[in-house]
Design a protein around this ligand. Structure first.
Ligand SMILES: C=C(O[C@H]1C=CC=C(C(=O)O)[C@@H]1O)C(=O)O
Ligand SMILES: [Mg+2]
Length: 474
């Protein structure tokens, strides 16, 4: 949306190569300082220079860039994708306090920066949790407006850069800095991506025996009546022969047809969190909210059947329907106080992925005017029982006590925000890359009657896609 704080300059309507687009952006930037505009009277001012470009492969472009952070986002419909580098502006918080406090901070940070453009990033799953050192680069929340980004939207590609001016900033200096960054943009994407180094070892935290014990502990909280559902996760640790570029996972994701989100956040070289998640937390445009319940799983490999058999198995599985219904019910309950209208689809559907099928219910809602903002929605929706449990607060406590690792950004909201719109996926089927080690995260929702060994296998299936990437030959 246009406002007095924000405007876009399109140097040329012609579709240029990325190399020519960089030159075109530099020219536009050099011309800009002549006409310091009215926006400078305001506190913060953003000028986006955006040049249409010829079709390009976003992950490949990102893989040759040397400016950090490197971020990538693609929505589930695959009609919107961004690859970004550097920081024009950032919304970050590193602090104590529970999730409510974290989302309050988020609200304050957004208000201060008055973001017009889209900021990409994520949150801690549980900000009360003490984080393992491997999560050091991942703050309570961290969102960036990239300095330079390649965007695919409405079937069109563009290369943009963001000139972000805060009160007191010297425009000439800012322009010079941004020009220097443009000079560092690599435009030659010819180099072919290498493959992952040799995988030396796979270990599990917890291992299978310990997992079964932990699940039994969780199941006992159901018998005692304290809890009704808990999602427990596992860490699968991959040890490679050398340090690896985490972007290889994004480049080599082998299932282009899968309706999943792709999220990638690399704050420092070779340290990245990424996720190939099928789950939407929500999408918001103004007061319109789109969310869903996704829980209950069938593996096609386990039943030795295709889509049709998986649907049938799921829709007839009393345990999976029950697991799913907890999520449905809580989403409705959580949204009720902040919405004017909620339309939760009556029928449970099935979402088909290449290896798995999930029970799935769509939900759309209209927010009450006073709750038309992301921190209120996040506070209410996160975590849904698909990744937390019922009841919500005690579930977070049990998860912290039972799981032998911290969740970091796993299962947390990741995505983008702007002032009037946002989209967040739930960062499941995700991984953290740290040196020679990659930590995969996935879990399973436990309810009364869950069998710990079946849940162990369910998690194996959920990380199957990422593991496939490590077994690719060429
Ligand atoms: C928590 C995960 O999946 C959730 C989403 C869909 C189905 C789930 C299940 O059937 O257990 C989980 O609730 C994960 O993959 O890490
Ligand atoms: Mg399940």
């Amino acid at each position: 949306m246009m406002s007095e704080h924000y405007h876009t300059i399109t140097p040329s309507a012609e579709l240029l190569s990325i190399e020519k687009a960089v030159a075109s952006l530099k020219t536009a930037l050099s011309l800009y300082d002549d006409k310091l505009d009215a926006g400078r009277d305001h506190k913060n001012h953003l000028v986006t220079f955006s040049q249409p470009v010829l079709p390009a492969d976003l992950p490949v472009w990102l893989s040759v860039q040397t400016i950090y952070p490197r971020v990538f986002w693609m929505n589930r419909e695959k009609d919107y994708a961004v690859a970004g580098i550097g920081i024009a502006d950032t919304i970050t918080y590193d602090g104590e306090g529970n999730n409510d406090e974290m989302f309050r901070q988020f609200e304050r940070s957004i208000a201060r920066t008055t973001p017009q453009a889209r900021y990409f990033g994520g949150f801690h799953f549980n900000n009360s949790e003490r984080q393992d050192p491997i999560w050091k680069e991942f703050s309570s929340f961290s969102f960036v407006l990239p300095l330079v980004q390649l965007t695919f939207e409405n079937e069109h590609y563009s290369l943009s850069c963001h000139l972000w001016l805060e009160q007191g900033d010297d425009v000439i200096t800012k322009i010079r800095e941004l020009t220097e960054v443009l000079d560092r943009v690599v435009t030659n994407t010819d180099c072919s991506a290498s493959k992952l180094p040799e995988l030396l070892n796979i270990s599990y935290n917890p291992d299978e025996t310990r997992w079964i014990e932990l699940c039994r502990k969780a199941l006992r909280t159901f018998t005692s009546g304290e809890m009704e559902k808990i999602m427990l996760a596992r860490q699968t640790i991959l040890e490679f022969s050398t340090t690896l570029s985490p972007l290889l996972f994004l480049l080599r994701y082998p299932y282009p047809e899968n309706a999943i989100y792709r999220f990638y956040f690399e704050p420092a070289e070779n340290r990245a969190f990424f996720s190939f998640s099928p789950e939407r937390l929500y999408r918001r445009k103004g007061n319109q909210l789109l969310t869903e319940a996704l829980a209950g799983t069938c593996s096609k490999e386990m039943i030795k059947g295709g889509d049709h058999h998986a649907s049938e198995a799921l829709l007839n599985s009393e345990k999976d329907i029950r697991e799913h219904n907890f999520v449905r019910a809580m989403i409705y309950e959580d949204l009720f106080p902040i919405c004017r209208e909620i339309d939760m689809e009556e029928d449970v559907c099935v979402m088909q992925l290449n290896r798995l099928a999930h029970l799935y219910t769509r939900c759309s809602a209209t927010l009450k005017p006073e709750f038309e903002n992301d921190s209120d929605v996040l506070k209410r929706l996160h975590p849904t029982p698909a990744v937390g449990g019922v009841p919500k607060e005690p579930a977070l406590q049990h998860i912290m006590e039972l799981e032998p690792f911290s969740r970091g950004w796993y299962a947390a909201p990741v995505g983008w925000i702007s002032r009037d719109a946002a989209e967040f996926s739930v960062a499941i089927r995700s991984a953290l890359v740290n040196g020679r080690f990659t930590y995969l995260y996935s879990g399973a929702g436990l309810v009364t009657g869950s069998d710990p060994l079946s849940e162990w296998n369910e998690v194996d299936q959920k990380i199957g896609d990422i593991l496939t990437i490590t077994r690719q030959e060429a």
